[in-house]
Design a protein around this ligand. Structure first.
Ligand code: MLT
Length: 334
């Protein structure tokens, strides 16, 4: 090769290298600018038709409108939500996989001796979403007509009484666990892939008890299709003020609220997270969303909690709060 050809070739190689490295340095910013350019998947760790699914479908529409792409809710069920959490932890950090989960994100580390994810390391924290109260329910023809009668009944009948939940790691399981621990009884637990199907069986009389979120249970309570023994908040709920709290009926300090957070896989670019956080805020400020949640006694969290820091702090404090309680109850899932 002649000298000027060699020079030409090395110059060309140099220019290509500069172009490539400059592209690589601006590619993430370009990707973030273009985000989203295809539909987004919002993973839910429980069955369709259940309370977590309902919140996801409620925020998915206004979030999609703000982002300019469809947000598709996908139910990945099983193992109290840990199968879905693992899926999201391993997903590509590109903003096209998001995750709505509740306090089960905080109880899993105590319930499972081995987890394929670390809630505090494998995710980006977009913001808190809603806090959902729960109600302890009985099937319509269950012999106990109030909480005092229920306490007496379960102390005598113990494992003959069945209580449904959505598997170890679900908030319905945690509520049942706390009830059994406080009452000193071991009931027979019946796990489902979500409290959607669990409520169906309660309504059908196939299972005796269920502690579930108000998201899906308020209409059945109001139509007397189930018995409501008490709410799991320390104050009575405005929309269910005739139902006493479990706290005022003797279970002092009994409080379980299903707080929900929105997550993305670790490494999702900050510019992408900012767009998703904005869309979440838009959704939570949407009047129809607020009205629908209000019908179920669900509180939209204040905007000060719809931040990465707030969700991460909430998760950290809840892991530390529930760990000892679960370990004391000896409720390991694996
Ligand atoms: C559900 O959506 O099925 C519930 O949140 C499950 C649970 O955590 O009890």
């Amino acid at each position: 090769m002649k000298p000027h050809q060699k020079l030409h070739t090395s110059l060309l190689a140099g220019l290509i290298a500069i172009a490539a490295s400059s592209y690589l340095s601006i590619a993430p910013a370009m990707a973030a600018d273009a985000y989203p350019n295809k539909p987004i998947t919002l993973v839910v760790p429980f069955s369709a038709g259940g309370p977590t699914d309902a919140v996801a479908r409620l925020i998915a529409v206004p979030m999609g409108k703000d982002l300019g792409q469809t947000v598709i809710v996908e139910n990945t069920v099983g193992a109290g939500g840990t199968i879905a959490t693992t899926r999201v932890a391993r997903a590509a950090p590109d903003g096209y996989i998001l995750y709505l989960h509740h306090m089960g994100m905080a109880t899993a580390p105590a319930l499972y001796k081995k987890l394929p994810f670390d809630p505090m390391k494998d995710f980006e924290y977009i913001g808190q979403v809603v806090d959902v109260p729960m109600v302890l329910l009985g099937r319509k023809n269950f012999p106990a007509n109030n909480f005092k009668e229920l306490e007496a009944y379960i102390k005598v009948n113990k494992e003959k009484v069945t209580i449904a939940n959505a598997g170890p790691g679900s908030v319905s399981q945690l509520c049942g666990l706390l009830l059994m621990s406080r009452e000193g009884v071991e009931l027979t637990t019946v796990p489902y892939k979500g409290t959607g199907p669990a409520l169906t069986d309660l309504l059908g009389g196939q299972v005796d008890l269920l502690c579930d979120q108000t998201t899906q249970t308020v209409p059945y309570i109001k139509d007397n299709l189930v018995k409501a023994y008490g709410v799991t908040t320390l104050k009575r709920l405005p929309g269910l003020s005739n139902i006493p709290t479990l706290d005022e009926q003797g279970l002092k300090g009994f409080e379980v609220k299903a707080w929900h957070g929105l997550y993305a896989p670790k490494g999702t670019p900050p510019e992408v997270l900012a767009k998703i956080n904005k869309a979440l805020r838009v959704a939570l400020n949407n009047p129809e969303v607020k009205a629908r949640l209000g019908e179920s006694n669900i509180e939209v969290v204040p905007m000060s909690k719809v931040t990465s820091e707030s969700l991460k702090n909430q998760l950290d404090s809840e892991i530390n709060k529930w760990g000892p309680v679960i370990r004391k109850a000896g409720a390991y899932a694996d």
